[in-house]
Each structure stands twice: as C-alpha cells, then as structure tokens.
Design a binder for this molecule. Sequence first.
Ligand code: APR
Ligand code: PHB
Length: 398
Amino acid sequence: MNQGMRTQVGIVGAGPAGLVLSHLLHLEGIDSVVLEAHTREYVQERVRAGVLEQNTVDLFTRTGLGARMQREGLVHHGIELRFQGRGHRIDFRELTGRAITIYAQGDVVKDLIHARLAAGGTVLFEAEVVSLHDLESSHSSSRKPSIRFRKDGTLMELTCDFIAGCDGFHGVCRPSIPRGVLTAYERTYPFGWLGILAEVPPAFEELVYCYHDRGFALLSMRSLRLSRLYLQCSPGDLIENWPDARIWQELQTRSACQGWSLTGGPIIQKGIAGMRSFVVEPMQYGRLFLAGDAAHIVPPTGAKGLNLAVADVRVLASAMADFYRSGDRAPCDHYSETCLRRVWKIQRFSWWMTSMLHRFDSDNAFDRRRQLGDLDYVTSSRAASQSLAENYVGLPTD
Ligand code: APR
Ligand code: PHB
C-alpha cells in the first residue's frame, strides 16, 4: 500500500444513492469521497430507471439539482391500467395533488456528477473497492474505518469516520459484514422483464401498465422521441429469442385496446433482467451504513428502486449532520430502524403491483379471476385508487 487519503465519509458507489449522499453531505458542510469501480461514461450511460416520485423531484429542486430536470423532464399527472381491452386512468392530481416526473436515471447521475465536481467534490472513477477495515472502531478509539481500493493499478487506502455502502446489490460492502449479523428477507419471481429502448415517440401520453393472459407489458418513455417498453418473459429467456418483430408483435397483443395500435420503430437497446424483492436487516454495522440497492431490491413494477435509494440517503445525511453538528449519535444509531419502516411499505407496494399485474404460471383460474377483481377494485374505488396513487407519487417523508 503506498497511498493514503482521508475524508469524513467514504462512499462506495457512484449510483444515485452514493452521489445524492455526497451532494447532501456537502450542503451540510461534510466532506466525502466517492469511489466508483466503473468509468464516468458507464455510470452516466447505462439504461436504468426513469420515474421520479414527487419527493425526489422536490429534493432535487430544493438542493439545486433541478434546472435540467425542469427543462427536460416530463411531468405526468396519472398512469393508465389496461386490462380486458380497456384503459382505466389513475388520476394522481385529483387523488393526491401530486405528480411524477419522467427523467432517466442516467440524466440524474449526469447532473449529480456535474454538481459534485463543480463544487470541488471528489468522485474517483475506475476506483474499485476491494475491502473494508475496522468497521467496529468506536469514535473515541485511535483506529478509524478504512477502505482499500485499486486505482490505476495501485492499492490505495481511504480512512474515514463513516463508510456509506452505496455499491448496489452486487457490491462489496454488504458481504464485508461478519456472518450472522444480517438477516436477509427475499422473494424471487418466476419471470423477468425484457426491456427495450426504441427511437419512436411514446405510444400514449402517460405510462400504461397492461395486464394480459400472455403476461404483463409496460409502455413507458424517456422523452418525446424515445420510448421505453417492457414485456414479462421467462426468467431464463435469451434475448436472441426475441427478434425486433416478435417484440413489437407481443407488445401490440398485450396492450390491445379498442381504437389503439402500437407503432414500431428502431430498437436501440434491449436486455432481460430478473425480478426480486430483497431486504437485509439491519442496514448498519458499526460505522458502515448500507443504502439503496446494497440494502434492498424491489421489483420494478412500482418504479420505486431509485426513489427508495434517495429516501435512504436523505435519512443518512441528516443523521450524519446531527452527529457532526452536536455529537448526537442517536439519529445514526436509529438509521436502520428509520429507513426500514419506509422500506417495508415500499416492498409491500412493489410486491402488490407485481402480483396484481403479472402472469404466474402456477396460478389457476381462481387466481386469474382474483387478479381481475383486484384491478376492478383499484380502478373503481376511490379509496383503492388513492392508495395506489399515494404510493406511486411517494409516501410522505418524515
Ligand atoms: N467498488 C466501487 N464501486 C462499486 C463496487 C466496488 N467494489 N461495486 C459496485 N460499485 C458501484 C457500481 O459500479 C455502481 O455504479 O456501485 C454503484 C451502485 O449503483 P446502483 O447499482 O445504481 O445502486 P444505487 O445507487 O443503490 O441505485 C438505486 O437505482 O435504477 C435503480 O436499480 C437501481 O433501483 C436501483 C437504484
Ligand atoms: C421505466 O420507464 O423504466 C419504468 C417505468 C415504470 C416502471 C418501471 C420502469 O414501473
């Protein structure tokens, strides 16, 4: 080891969780270093989520990140649920007075990196974290937590007061916690999503969630020129089995509705992803705090992954600010408990949306009828549609 660095908070991962945390800490006057294994281009360009709930939009606006999002983001006041050949709108404005914004995760990440670097922040790309040390050290001891990472072929060390594990589901932080400390709660789903990005204007002005005997489909978008569309598929399905014509045909079938037709176009990206629900408890060990996908995964049906990551780091930044301002450790000690209350509500919502809208091969005719009963209820009862709407636009933050 021939290089050492020091900061207050060492952040592993430059996804939405790590970057928003670094930004919020900076606004509190707290120094951080973000270590990211991939290149800047990679994290900015990878195709990920695209729906920001109102809480996330408000936070970005309030903290100076909102300029481009306000110019280019698409504000939607509802979504459509489509089943049995009919569309039913859930009107967010009328039911909650709030909205969502369509703005790609890549753009969020671009804006955050730009803001961090413009403010003199340190984000090291192609810096792969290999191990974490002294996580249990107390604040009074002379030993401090440290992060070892490889940069330009050199092994380096970052010493800090706290470590934030924002390194996603496959990162190194969660596995650095000794065995027996964490309990994992998990459900995998017997299907995946085939997602495409197509150079074609959105087929509909809002997002359309389609329930169909052949399986779920989702019509989404990234801009007024770019559509993002998904099809439920087998978890082990191969993208080679899905030539473009088959994808468009299947989307057309599953979104069928009176007076409606879907126009195809050039597909510029396609891929298949599995679906899972996952939570570890607690989200903290010593001076390591897990946030975002490192601590939990939701299936994408409720569009919550990115928003939940942002909710975690809001709690974390505020807890760390209390510690540095007054020495009060209680908010840090309660981080996991505070976050998990929201996490489980969002897990419930994401699981429910997924269960209501997908085809489960193990389901019998009763289960299909029950799903239709759920859809009928949610689109005809004000109480039920309001419940969907308040979750979709984002439950209140404490
Ligand atoms: N060293 C450094 N960086 C690492 C390491 C490592 N050993 N392992 C992983 N990373 C980086 C990844 O390269 C990635 O850029 O951590 C980052 C984690 O980012 P995300 O996976 O985007 O996770 P998070 O910030 O929690 O984002 C939450 O956004 O689109 C959604 O599905 C995503 O819902 C999730 C959400
Ligand atoms: C997306 O646009 O990528 C998207 C939208 C809504 C979802 C999931 C993904 O529920």
